[in-house]
Structures are given as C-alpha cells and as structure tokens.
Design a protein around this ligand. Structure first.
Ligand code: PA5
Length: 456
C-alpha cells in the first residue's frame, strides 16, 4: 500500500529541452545530504514530524470526545481557517462518502460535518438555517487563539449557546483546539470548562492535520485515525535518508526546486479522484505559505494551481500543453478505486458511442489520466505522478506526511524559513487595525495614508 512517485517525465529524456537534464540527478547528492542534515537540526520546529508517534498517547481522549459527539450530535461544526480547516476538509472528502451530509443518519454513523472557514456573512447566516443547536457540537480550532475570522465565529456561536442553554452548559456543545498557553482561546476555554485539545509546540497551522486539529473531526466522522497515523509514520520512515532515489519527499523537493530554478513558477496539482480534490486545496496552502518567502533581495516560491482530473482536462489542460514552459504538473493518481462502475449498453447500433459500453468508469478515468500524462509529456512539459494504490486511511496518512516533508525539504534546499508566514500575519494585523483593536492604532494610520483610489 505504498504511495510512490513516478518522476520519469520531469527529465529531459522524456520531455526534451524544457525538462531537467538526466545528468542533473547526479548533482542532487550534495544538496540532498545538506537538506536532510539541516532539517534534522531544525527540531523542535519540526515537531509535526513526531505527531504519528506522539499522538498515540492523546488518542484515547480524542476518541472519547468523538464518541460523545457521535452519541449526541446530528451536526459537527468546525470553526477555523487555513491550517485549521483545510486538513479536516481534505481528509473528510478523501475517506468518507462523497455525499456524506446528504446520507441518512444510519448510513453515516456519525454527524454531518460543516467546516466554516470563510466569514462571508451569507454563509454564516446560512449555517443556522441547516443546523439545530440542540443537536450540534462546535469545535473551534485556532492555533494562535486570536484569528479574527475564527473569533468572530466563536462569538456568534457562544452568544447563541449561552442564550439558549446558559453559560454553565456551554461545555456540552463547544470543544476547543488551540495552543496550551498562547492566545485568547485558551483563557476562554478554561473559564467555561471546555473540553480542550492542544496544538503541540513545533506544529504550525499548515502542518497540524495529524494532531487534534485534524484527528478529532476525522474521528467524529468515523475515520480510522490510528491507520492515518500508521501511514504517516511509515512515510516518515521512508523519507529520512540522504539518497533521494530512496527518499520520495526529498526527490519531490529536489525536482521541484530544480524546476523552479529553470523557470517553473507554477506548480499544478491535479488529482484524478474526487476524493482527493480538496487535497489540492490543503497542499496549495502548505506549498504557498511555506515557500513563498523573500530572503534579502531574493524572492522565492511557486504558485500552486489546483486542478481536478478529468474535469480540468476540459478547462486547463490546453494551457498545460500549449502554454508557456513555466510550470510543472503533478498528477495524483489512484490505482484501484473503491467502487467499480460499469458503463452499460444502450445504443449498440452506434459504434461511435457503443465502444464505451462494457468498459468501466474506472477504466475511463484511468485512461484519461494516462492520456493527460502523455499529452503533457509529448508537448515537452515537466510532469510527475504521485500514485496511491488505493485511497484509504493509511495512504492518506502517507500522502500528508509525503507532502509535508517535501515542503520542508524544499524549504531547506531554497534556504528560507518554511515555518513562518509574515505576509499572513500582516493581513491579520491590518484586519485588527481596521476593526479597532487596541494597540493597532499605528497600523491604522499607516493604512489611512494610502493613495487615493482610482476607479473606473
Ligand atoms: O499555517 C498557518 O499557520 C496559517 O495559515 C494558519 O493556519 C491560519 O492563519 C489560521 O491560524 P490559526 O489556526 O492560528 O487561527
């Protein structure tokens, strides 16, 4: 059940002059070794790597909370954004029924899941049209404990629950996941006696899926979190050595960083499975926020683009084949889908359509994936395929760790800090200033001095 990367089509021998010369692979040895050694030294900033082992001790508490929610709730609502939302969404879509919320309760076994990351007022209001507070449990997730979007949602939910049930019963319907010391949420959680889970030190937002941020929502929805951790631990064990030919995350990073040096400023991730569609969203944050950095005068990063096979074959693949050589395409493929669906016979008199009959949708989507890989390769564009034997809790755990480590190795190869996000923090500070938070007056003055707007 090992996730593998086929990187043949990143190389010139497959795609020609716009690929990475095959001889360059030999020159990877020294930077590969340095990247592995410097990443090892980063600990404890990289404690996210220990989660598959460290979380074992926390599993009984997570499972107990999940059982409580499953026993009393019809809806489970996550309040969180960025790393506090994208992982839970990706894992739920990957491992549960694609129409989970629409299934009857007996077929779900767990509550409906809503992940409320955006603060569009229309969306916030709409949530209350579909949930019943009596049978809803909320999980507010924020590592920093201060993100405005999440805090605004928390205030909304707290007001509603206190008005309905009183402060003393808030803990029945609100669970907190946050830093054990920093931020505002921990104080609120203590004051109201909320069940609280912690984001460990050294686990940044976008690296937090394998801690209670992701494990609790997954367990509430019946996902095998032990197996997710097993998969992640297995991938971590494969990705520690200095030889990139034996270390998939390191090879991924070396190829992408080399491609960036050769002008590939765009990195497309294209899953050929609806179940992996939101992995592309999760990956986009991980890759963009970790690597989009400046060091002195130099700026780094690669713009992640999310695509879905086969849907985007009818939208973006034209650009990937005939457009500029400014990108790499990473296909996420699945060898064995969990369902087999046969295309029936209906118009056998028309051979131009009837050729499909008797084949399966499985064959069709796999053929289309291979066709896209071939078309992109034939047009001279670098591409690779990350292949999952099957989508299950173990391979999803592997995939999470693979991409986290690839991002971390890429950070080491580029020579930037992959674990901060000053641009994101600046946006958070501007929001505080605009909404009148104390201590942000200078920031507000800075913004008020902006240029007069020119509109047309
Ligand atoms: O990766 C990160 O650290 C960020 O993108 C955060 O996930 C995001 O800003 C939300 O932060 P928090 O969980 O502190 O509310």
């Amino acid at each position: 059940m090992r996730v593998r990367i086929d990187y043949t089509n990143m190389l010139s021998s497959a795609v020609g002059v716009h690929g990475i010369p095959d001889e360059a692979l030999a020159s990877f040895a020294a930077p590969a070794r340095e990247a592995v050694l410097s990443l090892r030294k980063k600990h404890p900033v990289t404690r996210w790597r220990d989660l598959p082992r460290d979380m074992r001790a926390e599993l009984p508490r997570i499972k107990a909370a999940a059982e409580y929610v499953r026993g009393m709730a019809e809806s489970f609502v996550v309040l969180g954004i960025g790393g506090s939302a994208l992982g839970p969404i990706a894992v739920q879509q990957a491992l549960n029924h694609p129409r989970w919320n629409e299934l009857p309760r007996e077929k779900r076994g767990g509550p409906k899941l809503y992940v409320e990351d955006n603060v569009d007022p229309e969306r916030m209001a709409a949530l209350f049209d579909v949930i019943d507070p009596e049978t809803t449990v909320f999980n507010v997730i924020t590592k920093s404990g201060s993100t405005s979007e999440t805090m605004a949602q928390l205030l909304t939910v707290m007001r509603m629950l206190i008005d309905l049930y009183g402060e003393d019963r808030l803990h029945e319907r609100l669970i907190a996941t946050t830093d054990s010391e920093k931020g505002n949420l921990i104080g609120i959680a203590k004051k109201y006696g909320l069940t609280t889970f912690y984001v460990p030190e050294g686990v940044g937002g976008r690296f937090s899926e394998l801690c209670p941020v992701g494990l609790l929502p997954a367990a509430v929805c019946g996902i095998d979190i032990d197996e997710m951790l097993n998969g992640a631990a297995y991938m971590d064990s494969l990705c520690d050595g200095e030889d990139p030919k034996e270390n998939p995350a390191l090879m991924y990073a070396l190829l992408e960083v080399e491609a960036m040096r050769r002008g590939a400023n765009v990195g497309v991730l294209m899953p050929y499975a609806d179940s992996l569609k939101y992995f592309a969203d999760w990956y986009a944050q991980l890759w963009a926020e970790s690597l989009g950095k400046k060091a002195g005068e130099n700026r780094f990063g690669q713009t992640p683009v999310k695509a879905l096979g086969v849907t985007d074959q009818h939208s973006q693949v034209q650009l990937y084949t005939d457009g500029p050589f400014d990108k790499t395409v990473t296909v996420l493929g699945v060898e064995e889908y969990r369902t087999e669906f046969t295309i029936p016979h209906a118009v056998d008199e028309n051979p131009n359509v009837a050729f499909l009959s008797g084949h399966t949708f499985n064959e069709l989507i796999s053929a289309e994936r291979r066709a896209t890989e071939h078309a992109v390769t034939a047009s001279g564009h670098m591409n690779k395929t990350v292949l999952l034997p099957r989508v299950n809790a173990n391979t999803v755990g592997q995939l999470i760790m693979l991409f986290e480590l690839a991002t971390a190795y890429a950070g080491e190869l580029i020579g930037i800090n992959a674990y901060d996000q000053p641009g994101v923090e600046e946006g958070k500070n501007m929001t505080y200033a605009l909404l009148g938070k104390k201590g942000y007056e200078a920031k507000l003055a800075e913004m008020s001095g902006s240029l007069e707007r020119k509109t047309v």
